[in-house]
Design a protein around this ligand. Structure first.
Ligand SMILES: Cc1cc2nc3c(=O)[nH]c(=O)nc-3n(C[C@H](O)[C@H](O)[C@H](O)COP(=O)(O)OP(=O)(O)OC[C@H]3O[C@@H](n4cnc5c(N)ncnc54)[C@H](O)[C@@H]3O)c2cc1C
Length: 341
């Protein structure tokens, strides 16, 4: 998948003609590839969209919010959706359906998510009769920005800073409590736990996190590594040569999700899932860099299996409109979460 994406023009960083690789915390060797440190995700999305444009036989549609899956005799036969611009409801019939709606971290007060990561896919899957697993396994990004106020910049931008410059993660006593000695080496789950422990022991920063400092780096080193980003930080009133910033864990990724088999099939016939919507591939903690690769590798598999099934399945007869939903006032959400776990 890495080579294929490269052939499609994703533009990975290279050194001496080879794709550059960095070692992320928790990895035992350098195996993370990137485009540039802050643009890998958008570059991958753009490349996939461009490749889709070049591919014939794929009909695309947008601005639809899927609200429910359509079922017939227990099998998935399509989806009901709302057209966001007009509010019109529509129904799509399908021979095979893949849920690829991403994760749920938007549900958390502090998160790195975009607006569309509210866990819709889990509700769609559950409503259709599929199973969910490991729903309690949410990954926290340990060094999400906390203070001072940062406008228009990614709250997890300190990750690339640590890759390139190391940085010192210190508590209120100015002690590097992770024992990293300026290296970026601790996996996210361990770092998150350690930060929360420092705060609980009264050694946190004023806003309830810890300090991340690049004050030992000179202006020249910072500019060589991050050029225009240093100016954008200055526009936010942040001068890294003179001040440490406060960081704290924020919800970043969901290891749990829809249960699938090795062919990415859910428990509902003709319903597949892929990407962050799927649970179980990472256990209780995901290592950096494994999410996009997981989405690409298992996304391909889901697509191939769904296409093969569709090729031998007749189009379902007209799918009816979404059934009117009965108000579920008797459901206690807290009790429901405990039951599902
Ligand atoms: C800030 C940030 C940085 C990251 N950096 C990295 C990284 O460097 N390396 C790495 O491996 N991973 C990284 N990750 C994780 C990785 O990007 C995600 O796990 C991955 O993109 C998930 O891909 P996906 O296709 O499954 O879901 P998404 O990319 O989230 O796409 C889901 C799509 O489904 C749509 N959708 C959702 N609900 C509905 C609905 N009801 N109806 C219709 N459409 C719907 C959404 O609008 C969205 O377009 C990062 C995540 C974040 C938030």
């Amino acid at each position: 998948c890495i080579r294929e994406l490269d052939a499609w023009g994703v533009g990975r960083a290279r050194k001496n003609g080879h794709i550059s690789q960095v070692q992320a915390p928790g990895h035992d060797r350098p195996r993370c590839v990137y485009v540039d440190f802050v643009n890998t995700g958008p570059a991958v999305s753009k490349t996939l969209r461009a490749q889709l444009q070049r591919t014939s036989g794929v009909r695309r549609t947008g601005d639809l919010l899927v609200t429910e899956l359509a079922l017939a005799d227990g099998a998935c036969v399509g989806a009901h959706a709302v057209h966001i611009a007009t509010g019109r409801t529509i129904t799509i019939a399908s021979k095979a359906t893949i849920i690829a709606t991403g994760g749920l971290t938007r549900l958390y007060a502090r998160n790195s998510a975009s607006l569309n990561m509210g866990g819709d896919g889990y509700a769609l899957a559950l409503g259709a009769g599929a199973e969910l697993i490991d729903m309690e396994f949410v990954q926290y990004f340990p060094i999400g920005h906390l203070a001072p106020r940062l406008v228009g910049m990614d709250p997890i931008m300190w990750d690339p800073f640590r890759y390139k410059l190391g940085g010192k993660l210190v508590n209120a006593e100015q002690r590097e409590f992770l024992g990293e000695e300026g290296r970026y080496a601790t996996a996210r789950d361990h770092a998150t736990r350690a930060i929360l422990e420092e705060v609980a022991q009264g050694r946190g920063s004023p806003h309830g996190g810890v300090w991340l400092s690049f004050e030992h780096c000179g202006e020249t080193e910072l500019r060589a590594a991050f050029g225009p980003i240093i100016d954008r930080l200055k526009a936010n009133g942040i001068d890294l040569t003179r001040q440490a910033i406060e960081v704290a864990p924020m919800a970043h990724y969901h290891m749990g999700g829809i249960r699938v088999d090795a062919d990415m099939r859910t428990a509902v016939p003709h319903l597949f899932a892929a990407g962050e919507a799927v649970g179980g591939a990472n256990g209780a903690n995901r290592l950096s860099g494994n999410a996009i690769t997981e989405a690409l590798v298992f996304g391909r598999r889901a697509g191939e299996r769904a296409a093969a099934l569709a090729a031998r399945t007749p189009m379902p007869p007209a799918v009816g409109a979404a059934p009117a939903r009965a108000a579920k006032r008797d459901i206690n959400p807290a009790a429901e979460i405990v039951r599902l776990q």
